[in-house]
Every structure is written in structure tokens, then in C-alpha cells.
Design a protein. Structure first.
Length: 302
């Protein structure tokens, strides 16, 4: 009966604490909150029945489920004089903060993202006895919080020639969105997907600045878009706006072309006085010899 009572007590402790029996226990908080883009610490401590322990020790962290969940961190210490050397660190974002030799398996998670919102389980393994392996069964739930952030704000048109303004923001808790601006005669609709919220302002009828505001318990964010529609008073003024600038461009182009043409076709320059006189053409092959054989004008006869 006494042995049965000890077994029942051990089972009761396992169901409440995660793992606690025969001098072993693992202690973790049920929840931890981390801010988007920053770092967060996941605490985990344990006890074992040994007064001294100098064998190899392995520290492991999993996500999603105990025992079979994906391993995101692992380190091994071969002796009490050796630090726990990291063997696995998923995306290099998990760092050991505690000292497993001092019964502390706490880790740091860097640059928290939305996907880090999981349940985490710590585990310690001591070399030797096959029973010296203990893991937190309930784990730690990491909650990611974030102040609001406007991630998209646009104005678009529909096939029926109406205009809509759309604002999308994210945050945790999901932020509340509101539009402000010119006098509204428009309808709005909202949609929520996880930590992301979209609110659309339909049938915009007034020109001006439209501001989207996102608010949750951690902060506030704003984004603005300007909406102006082109209006022509009548068809004649519209034609003037189109063709007057075009006509000015054509005139300027003609002036440039005319200037270029006349600058190339200017008066030819007079022949230089220093140019050598051109010899008359000669059809005879011995023309040059004849010219050389002729006596020079004014030469004295022998």
C-alpha cells in the first residue's frame, strides 16, 4: 500500500508540474510574452537526485509538442569543466543563457517574429542510465505582442467608376481601424485575419486627405492618402488644355530645326589669297617636258 501511494503521488506531481519524481523535476512558467522584433527569454530549471554529476549532459528545446516536436536548440557538455557546446540553433536565433551544470536550461530567442508564437518544451538528458531523461510536458506558451503598424494604404477604382480607399494594419492584439477626412457619405467594411486587419472606405465622393488610424493596447499608428479627381468644365476647355501645350512644342521644334538648317547652309568663304594657282590642264603626255624646255621670258640670247 505504501508503494502504491508513492506511485500515485508521483503521478499526481507529474500531472501538475510537468515532470517531478524520484528527486527529478522540471520547472517552467506556463506563459511568456515577447514583443515583435525584440528578444525574449524562455526560463527552464530542473533538479536531479545526484549530489555531483560529471558525465555528459545534453540540453534540448522543442516546439509544438513534447518528445516528438521539432528540435530548435541543442547543446552538449561532456564534463563539468566544459561549457555546453551548441549543436543545433534553428536559424541561429536561439542562444543558451543558463548553465546546464547549474540546472538551468534557459534560452534567449532573438528577433521575435509572428511564427515564434508556439509552445516550447525543454529537456535534459544525462549520459548513463536510460531513465535519466526528463522533459517539460506542458511547456511554455510564447505570446507575441506588437504595437499597431500600417502596412498598406491605397486608393483604387472599380468597374463602375467609383473609388475606394483601403487600409491594412497589423498588431497584437489586432488593432481597431478608423477612417477620418472629408465629410463622409461612404460605407465601410472590415476584415480580420489573425493579427492583421483591413478596413475599406467605399464610394469616395469628396476630394481631400483621408487618414487611417490603428489603435491597440500597445500603441497607435496613422497613415494617410490623398484623393483628387480630375474634372473638365466643358469639352472646349478640355481641348485647349490638350492642344495648346502640344502646339507650343511643335513651334519650338520648328524654330530649332530652322536654326540648325541655316547655320549649316551659310555663305561660302572666299578663296584664300595664299592658295597656289592651278596649272592648266594638258592633254599631251609630254606636257611637262614642253614647259620645262621653253625658255624663260626675258632671258638673254647667247
Amino acid at each position: 500500500m505504501r508503494e502504491l501511494g508513492l506511485v500515485l503521488l508521483c503521478l499526481l506531481r507529474i500531472s501538475r508540474k510537468g515532470v517531478q519524481c524520484n528527486g527529478w523535476s522540471v520547472h517552467v512558467p506556463s506563459d511568456v510574452t515577447g514583443e515583435l522584433g525584440k528578444m525574449v527569454i524562455l526560463p527552464c530549471t530542473f533538479t536531479h537526485p545526484y549530489k555531483t554529476f560529471d558525465r555528459a549532459l545534453t540540453a534540448i528545446w522543442r516546439i509544438k509538442e513534447p518528445y516528438n516536436g521539432t528540435v530548435i536548440f541543442k547543446c552538449v557538455s561532456q564534463s563539468s569543466s566544459e561549457l555546453c557546446r551548441t549543436a543545433i540553433s534553428h536559424k541561429n536565433k536561439y542562444k543558451l543563457l543558463g548553465n546546464p551544470r547549474h540546472k538551468d536550461l534557459s534560452i534567449r530567442v532573438d528577433n521575435v517574429t509572428w511564427s515564434d508564437s508556439e509552445r516550447y518544451f525543454c529537456r535534459v538528458e544525462l549520459a548513463g542510465d536510460v531513465q535519466d531523461k526528463y522533459e517539460s510536458r506542458n511547456g511554455i506558451k510564447l505570446h507575441v505582442i506588437a504595437a499597431p503598424r500600417i502596412i498598406n494604404i491605397t486608393v483604387s477604382s472599380s468597374r463602375d467608376h467609383t473609388f475606394q480607399a483601403r487600409c491594412t494594419a497589423e498588431g497584437e492584439p489586432a488593432p481597431a481601424l478608423s477612417w477620418s477626412g472629408p465629410p463622409e457619405s461612404s460605407l465601410s467594411s472590415s476584415s480580420i485575419s489573425g493579427h492583421r486587419v483591413t478596413k475599406e472606405l467605399r464610394s469616395l465622393s469628396h476630394d481631400g486627405k483621408y487618414t487611417c488610424t490603428a489603435v491597440n493596447s500597445h500603441g497607435r499608428a496613422e497613415g494617410a492618402v490623398y484623393f483628387y479627381r480630375f474634372r473638365a468644365s466643358d469639352s472646349s476647355s478640355f481641348m485647349v488644355l490638350i492642344f495648346v501645350p502640344l502646339g507650343i512644342k511643335v513651334v519650338v521644334l520648328l524654330v530649332i530645326l530652322s536654326f540648325t538648317f541655316f547655320s549649316r547652309e551659310g555663305p561660302s568663304s572666299a578663296p584664300s589669297s595664299l592658295a597656289r594657282p592651278q596649272l592648266p590642264e594638258c592633254t599631251y603626255e609630254n606636257c611637262d617636258r614642253r614647259h620645262q624646255s621653253l625658255p624663260t621670258a626675258g632671258a638673254a640670247p647667247r
